[in-house]
Design a binder for this molecule. Sequence first.
Ligand code: FES
Length: 152
Amino acid sequence: MTKDDVAEVIKTHGTERTNLLPVLQDVAATHRFLTEEDLVRVARAFKISAAEVYSVASFYSLLETQPRGRFVIRVCRTISCSMSGKGNILTKLKEILGIDLGETTPDKRFSLLETNCMGWCAEGPSMLINDTVYSHLTPEKVVEIIKEYRER
Ligand code: FES
């Protein structure tokens, strides 16, 4: 995002401390991650330290501070999903993508991450691919879902 784009987002929301998260979400929406320059620009506008902005950004697992693949897979790591088979889902994803947690495929198509509870606990194990939720997952279902994303 350019300096002017960031300024426009900040102008839309204002610089009240309570607007920091919406500003970061909108700034991140362009490239799906926040650059160091973005964090510094936001910090200057809010008159707070870049470290404080970074700590807010890094607290929320949906706000990325580094580039990811085109499709970001976030597997829920919280207790209900863990008890309903999240481990098998993660193992299958690692196997078919050929990457470990926190990594991105060499073609930059998929990144594999974990996230905290997304509110779909009763339907776990669950995962997000970008903004789409997938629940009641099985290893077989995961293979089909990834196959579909490979064709996009
Ligand atoms: S525990 Fe996984 S969605 Fe809530």
